[in-house]
Design a protein around this ligand. Structure first.
Ligand code: C5J
Length: 223
């Protein structure tokens, strides 16, 4: 065990042992963040998400500089859509559906340009990338096994979108016993009110889902 680090967080201080902690960077994909991808086909303004890319890259850099574990996730589906429930593909009235050809290749399909991570948040060859068919990062993936293999007990979480894949993953992790810290300015939603509500509900009732803190608080704690 290395010396624990304590972050000034809400609803109270968050302590973690770096040797037992992983950063999970959720779905920093072109399909959510750049024009022409899945996010925009759903009618969203992707500019809000673009704004946090430097902060997420900074957070990734902090973990890398210390040699701490960084894990990335990507939401997407097999080219034959066998892992995409029709309910997910057919719901609503997007301008393009999952699997349709768009400006960045087929929407949310493995291997297509839009499915990739934005350049500033690209994974290093040594960093695990979890491909997930759902909103949560544990459903249909080997994330749980990977974390167990590394002896991970604590997760620092970032990425998009706050109330969808980030919150779903944090809830899945919390139910599995992980102590989770969401980095407030390294996550974003297409809907500012949804982000604010998610942060509130995570740390309500004594941290019922976990903790939140800005990146500056994490940096100060590790300095
Ligand atoms: C969404 C995600 N919003 N990564 N996916 O559909 O949050």
């Amino acid at each position: 065990m290395t010396a624990p680090i304590t972050v000034d967080a809400q609803p109270f201080a968050y302590s973690f042992d770096p040797a037992r902690t992983a950063l999970i960077v959720i779905d920093m994909q072109r399909d959510f963040i750049e024009p022409g991808g899945f996010g925009e086909t759903l009618g969203n303004d992707v500019g809000l998400l673009q704004a946090i890319v430097p902060t997420v890259a900074d957070l990734i850099g902090l973990f890398r500089s210390r040699g701490w574990l960084v894990i990335h996730t990507r939401e997407g589906h097999k080219p034959d859509l066998s892992d995409c429930p029709p309910a997910k593909r057919e719901r609503g009235a997007p301008s393009l559906r999952i699997g349709d050809p768009g400006p960045m290749g087929r929407i949310l399909i493995h291997g297509e340009p839009g499915h990739g991570l934005v350049e500033a948040c690209a994974a290093l060859p040594s960093e695990p990338v979890i491909d997930k068919p759902g909103k949560g990062s544990f459903y249909g993936t080997h994330l749980g096994v990977l974390l167990a293999d590394h002896g991970i007990t604590h997760l620092v979480i970032a990425g998009v979108t706050t109330e969808v894949c980030v919150q779903t993953t944090m809830r899945e992790a919390n139910d599995r016993g992980y102590e989770c810290l969401l980095v407030e300015d390294a996550t974003e939603s297409y809907f500012p009110a949804f982000k604010a509500a998610t942060l509130d509900m995570i740390r309500a009732q004594g941290g019922i889902v976990g903790w939140t803190a800005p990146l500056a608080a994490l940096k100060e704690a590790v300095a």
